[in-house]
Design a protein around this ligand. Sequence first.
Ligand SMILES: Cc1cc2nc3c(=O)[nH]c(=O)nc-3n(C[C@H](O)[C@H](O)[C@H](O)COP(=O)(O)OP(=O)(O)OC[C@H]3O[C@@H](n4cnc5c(N)ncnc54)[C@H](O)[C@@H]3O)c2cc1C
Length: 600
Amino acid sequence: MPNYTPPLDEVLFTLREVTAYQELNSLENFSHVSEDLVEAILNEAGKLASGPIAEINHSGDKEGSIIEDGLVKTPIGFKDAYKKFVDGGWNGISFPENIGGQNMPFSLGLSVNEFFTSANMAFSLCPLLTSGAVEALSAHASDELKNKYLLKLVSGEWTGTMNLTEPQAGSDVGSLTTKAIPNPDGTYNIFGTKIYITYGDHDLSENIIHLVLARTPDSPAGTKGISLFLVPKFIVNEQGALIEKNDLRCSSLEKKLGIHASPTAVMLYGEKVGAKGWLVGEVNQGMRCMFTMMNHARIDVGVQGLSIAERSYQQALDFAFSRKQGKKIGAKSKEAVSIIEHPDVKRMILDMKSKIDAMRGLILTTGVYCDLGKHHSDEQKRNLYNELVDLLTPIVKSWCTDIGFDSASTGLQVHGGMGFIEETGAAQFLRDSRIAPIYEGTNGIQALDLVFRKLNQSGGLAVKYLFNDIKKLILDLDSIEDEDFLIIANLLQQSLDAIEKSTDWINSKITEDYDAAASNASLFLDSFGVLLGGYYLSKAALVSYKKIEEEKANSSFYKNKILIARFFSEQNLPKVMNSLISIKAGSSALNSVDFKNFGA
Ligand SMILES: Cc1cc2nc3c(=O)[nH]c(=O)nc-3n(C[C@H](O)[C@H](O)[C@H](O)COP(=O)(O)OP(=O)(O)OC[C@H]3O[C@@H](n4cnc5c(N)ncnc54)[C@H](O)[C@@H]3O)c2cc1C
């Protein structure tokens, strides 16, 4: 199985040339973040990812996490790798220094996560959930809770979980029934069952801090009556020492399609006296608190799509050079050639690569907007960037995770029969990638969020800003007298026109015809993602063109960026134009079908 090579040059190019990174560099909060420092950090993260963490990916998949006598054990090597991860300070890379973090930009943290997730998606889930817990506690917990828990969560000494799902409450979180009964001392006793809890129990850290959604007595029905509680596995005294096991346990682990090394736990709270919990934020404000946790987690899950696609691509490319099969049509030689010589295999490889570059552009741009939205000195700009993050988050989550799975499938296809055999690892990428479109809010729910909430938030400020940016780029592309750029500009313009029309159509249905808007939401999100992908690739192509011109260099890296943009534009942007036909078709056929009488 080929090794994983962290794509350092690609990440640096995207950060510096495609995103608004220069603006971020000028912020006071990041004045210490020099280009050299960024490169050094990525280099070190890459070493740990491609070494000890990648090494236990395949074995972790085969062995899986297990539960024995009530204790959850991660596969061989995970404890060791986690210790190296924590000792290196990677858990707190993007958190502020006052809570023990390294105060690096969130966008840089996303690239670090990309490396760890490509190396081992099941491993990287543990820090992903811990980061979410840190976000929620930092924003909403009392000083007392912050002082007690944040430092150890940021360092990774303790880990965090997110407990929303119950057997009857999945996408509809509002139907959860876990109870929180108040005690006279201000704490609560938690009673209920949570399912599918990622790293709900494990042996990587001495304590696990569960963030649990539950209802207090007499709370209103639905999401308005949900509160958030901190429920530690071991209760912690004033000095920070673990004093007593809380009344909670993992009763079983799920057997699942992929990410076998990541323990997915059924958690029982309050079998005896009640699990002791502390309120985070205010009563009935739990969803608001949880959204703080989930928003960044959704971007992190989008990164999983990118990471798996990158890993699958690297392996497929390697295989395509080493596997010899068939002759080159039209060549004199009767020798078998590497399959990379065949146009259909080239197509598959370039399809993966172009989508990877597009996803990285989208993800890192969103990450930089997160940083600017938090730290920019100008309030108006902060608002604008936060609007952009809100709009882009469901697209990052859904578009990238769908591509992650598709690319893992394409990578497997490049291997032929060997892809279906577990030994190559291509099959593991396919299995692992399949969860990402499901958790952190299914992709269908993300599409509804985009259409019904984000599109018109603040009068559609973010959408207008993005469309305007794309128009400006098209003018720049148009000014270049070169066939590649004429083609790219023309296709980008036509797909922008199509999305503008789709947006108008969707907007006209939102209030008057829910079904028509809802049934097209996923297609709309996908088309929006493709348009943005084309935009970021075109930006990369334009920068590359200028670099070649200025430096009079014909570097293949830059030349390839132009070809990648043209290939993606020709192969994918026409789908955006066609989607307008499907979207405008509405849902009359769909809604006329009698699903009960399809017949056997
Ligand atoms: C491996 C794994 C790890 C997980 N980790 C965690 C975790 O750490 N913490 C946690 O709390 N949860 C976790 N989950 C749960 C996960 O978030 C849920 O599975 C997910 O939110 C979907 O809920 P569900 O499975 O009940 O599906 P359902 O909600 O039953 O959905 C089934 C289908 O119906 C669609 N659907 C449902 N409602 C609507 C609607 N209103 N409109 C349109 N379509 C709809 C969905 O999109 C989906 O396609 C995990 C799940 C898995 C499998």
